[in-house]
Write a protein of this length. Structure first.
Length: 275
């Protein structure tokens, strides 16, 4: 645009991104503090005139929200741990071992990661039913691991390739096995990549809805995204209560992301200083 400096354009773009990301979260939080009558009032009141936590109390009372939170956390933690373990081994093989068709394998990983989830729903459902895993943590942990593996493997490959191979060779000369060199040398030095891959796997598992709705129909095994859907009635849509449940689900993940981002930045800074 004529007359506007590149720096101003960058600031405007950053402001647009911030508003687009922050405003919906702020609106959900403000809605969770309003009554149903205030929410439907015309003209709209942006700030709650009489903030209340009654919606949060009803969110836990009307549905087993604590159980949904626990199930989501259990599934996300288990799938993230399994994903990181398998992705670490696969990425190390692609980055270090002299295997044939390496570029073809990387291309296949990228291709698999582009498949729409809905096209995999039926075969995954049939597989879980054959294995007897429906209505269990395993019904979600295994598919989530498979779905997160491509992107996590690609992230780790790029980090492993940046680690000098001489460090591993020195460790193996001192009596360390190849696996020992991987987990004692390569993985710690690739901490930013490991945390990034872990974040991606965790958030993907935490937010996933379609598989959770299809594979775990029993209340005992429902996760948070599916549980929030159940607040809606046949003729009612309690937005304040749903907003309260959304805030409860957003806050733990937001805190976790902030903590992990700090560790990633610290790892990058330490690596730059040592280099």
């Amino acid at each position: 645009m004529k007359g506007i400096s590149p720096a101003a354009l960058r600031r405007l773009a950053a402001l647009a991104v911030i508003v687009n990301g922050v405003f919906p979260l702020l609106w959900i939080f403000l809605t969770s503090l309003k009554t149903e009558a205030e929410l439907t009032r015309i003209p709209i009141t942006w700030l709650p005139q009489a903030p209340t936590i009654a919606n949060y109390l009803r969110a836990f009372h009307d549905q087993p929200l604590a159980l949904y939170l626990f199930n989501s956390l259990a599934v996300a933690v288990m799938s993230t741990a399994l994903t990181l373990f398998i992705a670490t081994l696969a990425a190390y093989a692609l980055a270090r071992l002299n295997i044939g068709y390496r570029d073809l394998a990387l291309a296949a990983i990228i291709a698999v990661s582009t498949f729409p989830l809905v096209t995999l729903l039926v075969p995954l459902f049939q597989t879980m039913r054959t294995l007897g895993l429906l209505n269990s943590y395993g019904a979600l942990v295994l598919p989530y691991t498979v779905l997160s593996l491509p992107v996590c493997t690609l992230v780790l490959v790029s980090f492993f390739q940046s680690i000098p191979q001489d460090l591993e060779n020195a460790a193996m000369i001192d009596g360390c096995s190849r696996l020992g060199a991987l987990f004692r040398i390569v993985v710690p030095l690739s901490a930013p990549g490991v945390f990034t891959a872990g974040l991606l796997a965790f958030v993907n598992s935490w937010d996933e809805f379609l598989l959770a709705l299809s594979f775990n129909s029993a209340t005992r095994w429902r996760t948070l995204p599916v549980g929030i859907l159940l607040y809606q009635g046949e003729f009612s849509f309690p937005w304040p209560e749903i907003s309260a449940a959304l805030v409860v689900g957003i806050v733990p993940v937001a805190v976790l992301i902030v903590v992990f981002q700090q560790r990633v930045i610290a790892g990058l800074t330490a690596g730059g200083v040592k280099g």
